[in-house]
Write a protein that binds this ligand. Structure first.
Ligand code: 2P0
Length: 325
């Protein structure tokens, strides 16, 4: 009744931005990501007959409140699947995701929790079923079941049975690197959940976002298959800018960008002007991730580190999917 699983976070190149069903976490668009080495969560789940409630420890500290409730709600799903509604668990998670790097730990967190929880309770799930389950914890997490490039197919059905991630290319296939550019100052955050909801409900640009996704996905998958870095990078960068444009048109309007965010974007453009192929992407926060190739690592790190307002640059390679320890 006990299992341990490790999962890595992922960075979306075609963003998930909007839900059509908030309870089941069904997206309004398909998305595509690269799983990253170096940012992981390792979780042990132990179901025990003698417990009367769940317990969640994160980095050896007891967690309560909203984060605890999200974990228990997710364990309820696992219990339902297994037909063991009265069986509670202790959950121990160790996050190796530097929180300052601006990677949401929810992707690696829910992927590791789903894998360890399902195994501990005796569910024998294939990757597709595991991804579908993981999706109900946090949408972006369903892509972290796989290493390398993965696509979350939005699906069409109302019960979510056809909404899960599929592998596109394993980590070994192509060594694309990602620099996480950490800013020294933070700002008040609109959570991604609240941000996407407000955008879906109020942004007149949202329809344009949705219309543009199928072509972005088709083009980026062709570019990944051809290992065409400039094409992958430019599609990802444009997709990110479109996502962020939807927030500016929301009511009330908002942006995740900070002045340093824009300096990093500018520097990435300057790098390309200097012949270094590098492209940025930004999630629901002010930090920037920069895509580059291994041969440019030293120059990319140096240029990014020199930007005023940048406190750290953390480099990452493509990472693996779920593993059991
Ligand atoms: C993504 N983001 O594709 C997009 C891009 C942020 C910007 O997925 O509500 O934590 O748990 O499904 O997955 C962040 O949202 O949201 C996210 P929930 P999640 O990576």
């Amino acid at each position: 009744m006990k299992a341990t699983a490790k999962a890595h976070t992922n960075i979306a190149l075609i963003k998930y931005w909007g839900k059509r069903d908030e309870r089941l976490i069904l997206p309004t668009n398909s998305s595509l990501s690269l799983t990253l080495d170096g940012f992981s969560t390792t979780t042990t789940v132990a179901f025990q007959e003698d417990l009367s409630e769940d317990q969640f420890m994160l980095d050896n500290q007891r967690v309560e409140g909203e984060a605890f409730r999200r974990v228990t709600k997710f364990l309820d799903l696992i219990r339902q699947h297994a037909g063991k509604e009265q069986l509670y668990a202790t959950v121990n998670s160790i996050n190796d995701v530097p929180t300052a790097a601006g990677f949401a730990s929810s992707a690696s967190g829910f992927a590791a929790l789903a894998a360890a929880g399902a195994k501990a309770i005796g569910l024998d799930l294939d990757d597709q079923a595991l991804s579908r389950l993981t999706r109900q914890g946090s949408g972006s997490a369903c892509r972290s079941i796989y290493g390398g490039f993965a696509e979350w197919e939005m699906g069409e059905l109302t019960d979510g049975s056809d909404s899960y991630a599929v592998p596109i290319a394993p980590a070994e296939r192509w060594d694309v690197r990602v620099a996480a550019v950490v800013l020294s100052s933070t700002m008040k955050k609109v959570s991604s959940r609240a941000g996407m909801k407000r955008t879906v409900e109020t942004s007149p640009f949202y329809a344009g976002w949705i219309d543009s996704i199928p072509n972005d996905l088709k083009q980026i998958k062709e570019a990944i298959a051809a290992k065409d870095f400039e094409k992958v990078g430019s599609i990802a960068e444009a997709n990110c800018l479109k996502m962020h444009a939807t927030t500016l048109a929301a009511n009330p309007p908002f942006t995740y960008w900070h002045d340093t965010t824009m300096r990093v974007m500018q520097t990435v453009g300057d790098m390309r002007g200097d012949g270094i192929p590098a492209y940025f992407t930004i999630d629901a926060g002010p930090n920037v991730k920069v895509l580059y190739l291994p041969e440019d690592e030293v120059r990319v790190k140096q240029k990014l580190s020199e930007i005023s307002g940048v406190s750290d640059v953390i480099l990452s390679k493509p990472g693996q999917g779920i593993s059991y320890l």
